[in-house]
Design a protein around this ligand. Structure first.
Ligand code: MN
Ligand code: MN
Length: 467
């Protein structure tokens, strides 16, 4: 016999919010779709270790689904799928809705650059018959995490004659990889007493690239010469060509399942390709769009969204205004009716570092897509701080679409903080809310996400486009 509910029970049910683990809320039938989605996401990670590779892979996926490069002036009708690559480093994709652009667009914005070590303009040198590449860190991975892990070299070398050479070394099974050495503990008496932030200075992040001298030669710097010879043989560029190159060291890790239960994904660059892929796949799968859906995959977020391929660039306005022009719509009218979900990762609550989190307002692994009304640091500095109405609108969309989601802040109020591209969309007069996937070991060479949260973020982005 069922116990009769007391008044308190009834009130508790009616009034209290009681978050539950996503696995207790998700219908069992969704598990197969979740697993299938995560397999495609892992491929996206492995094929895009830099923003350029990400754009190239995105174009491959998009063209296979009927997207075409948008040429200014092209007529557009509902259902058309177009994209514009911004210099091969960021990309914007649109699916035209049945309503005119004056009704606004639904935007999913994420970034596809990740923290890494860029090579300096004059990187190659030899010391004590070892050859090294000097690096300049891009974005914030704690420096001690770069040493003694396998690294790959990715990027491009642009030649004076206009050719651009793609470089990708270390990704193929069995291919040679590179490393930054660390000091053995036996001689680290002084090093281990230093604060974590200074124990590995930036100028020590020198990548070991060779040790064998060029044969049959009495000249100087034979190891360096041997490395240059190998680079020329393999890629066809010389030492001076480093001056016009964008070459980066990235961790040599493939995306893998984590946990005995395979409930998580471990990989480099999940900030923010996890949201980049969710925004992209959401647009691919969105059905019957009323408003035009735009997926924006930006570069340079990790260094402040600056530059011609960052979110501050007018390239975004140019793309949307080109779309507007095709319908005779004023860009400002489009913007003021638009909505953007700025999708970027947030910190997942980590019981190993409990003291930096505020438990009641932290994103939990497997509790779904994380929404942040505001990001920023200290007194919300640098936050776009969405309005209550925008948050309510999003709550409705998510609940109607069966998305499991949570509301969170990144850590304790005065512990630190972070920003996203949200501010740069909001300042264009577009209602914008921050959202994204909670990450463990965020900004490490190997980051961990919960598969359920990855999948729910995809569902959430799809729901935004379909709204
Ligand atoms: Mn990010
Ligand atoms: Mn980041």
């Amino acid at each position: 016999m069922e116990k009769e509910k007391t008044l308190a029970d009834q009130k508790r049910e009616q009034l209290c919010s009681k978050p539950k683990n996503g696995y207790d809320r998700m219908p069992k039938e969704e598990q197969a779709a979740l697993d299938a989605y995560c397999e495609e996401y892992k491929k996206f990670l492995d094929n895009g270790m830099t923003e350029r590779e990400c754009v190239a892979y995105t174009i491959r996926l998009a063209e296979a689904r009927g997207f075409q490069p948008y040429v200014r002036g092209m007529a557009l009708k509902a259902g058309d799928k177009v994209y514009r690559s911004n210099r091969g480093k960021s990309i914007m994709l649109a699916v035209i809705g049945t309503e005119p652009l004056s009704a606004g667009v639904n935007i999913g914005a994420a970034h596809i650059d990740s923290p890494r070590l860029d090579l300096k303009p004059n990187p190659l040198y030899e010391e004590n018959e070892l050859a090294f590449l000097k690096t300049h860190y891009y974005g914030g991975i704690k420096k001690y995490q770069w040493v003694a892990i396998p690294l790959e070299l990715h990027g491009v070398v642009a030649l004076k004659d206009g050719r651009v050479i793609d470089v990708c070394l270390g990704r193929e099974p069995g291919e040679q990889q590179l490393v930054i050495t660390d000091l053995l503990p036996h001689l680290a008496q002084d090093q281990v007493k230093k604060p974590l932030g200074t124990a590995i200075p930036a100028e020590n992040l020198n990548v070991l690239v060779g040790s064998r001298p060029f044969a049959d030669d009495e000249g100087s710097e034979r190891v360096k010469l041997q490395v240059l010879d190998l680079l020329y043989e393999k890629y066809g560029f010389t030492e001076e060509d480093f001056l016009s190159a964008e070459l980066s060291m990235v961790p040599a890790y493939r995306a893998v399942d984590i946990g005995l239960d395979r409930s998580m994904i471990g990989a480099y660059g999940q900030d923010d390709r996890v949201c980049g892929y969710a925004s992209l796949a959401g647009l691919f799968d969105a059905k019957n769009l009323r408003r035009t859906g735009i997926c924006m995959l930006a570069d340079k977020e990790e260094i402040g969204s600056e530059g011609v391929s960052g979110m501050k660039s007018r390239a975004f306005d140019t793309f949307v205004s080109d779309l507007c022009d095709s319908q005779g719509v004023d860009l400002k009218v489009c913007y003021e009716h638009s909505f953007c979900l700025s999708a970027d990762v947030t910190a997942a609550y980590d019981p190993n570092y409990a003291d930096v989190y505020e438990k009641r307002n932290s994103a939990l692994l497997n509790y779904g897509m994380g929404f942040c009304k505001y990001t920023g640091s200290r007194g919300k500095s640098g936050a776009s701080d969405a309005s209550a109405e925008v948050v309510a609108y999003t709550r409705r969309i998510m609940d109607e679409a069966g998305v499991i989601w949570q509301m969170a802040e990144l850590g304790k109020t005065d512990q630190g903080g972070g920003g996203t591209v949200a501010v740069y969309l909001a300042e264009r007069n577009i209602d914008t809310l921050d959202a994204g996937v909670p990450v463990l070991s965020m900004h490490a060479p190997f980051e961990v996400t919960g598969k359920l949260d990855c999948y729910m973020t995809y569902k959430g982005m799809k729901a935004v486009y379909e709204a």
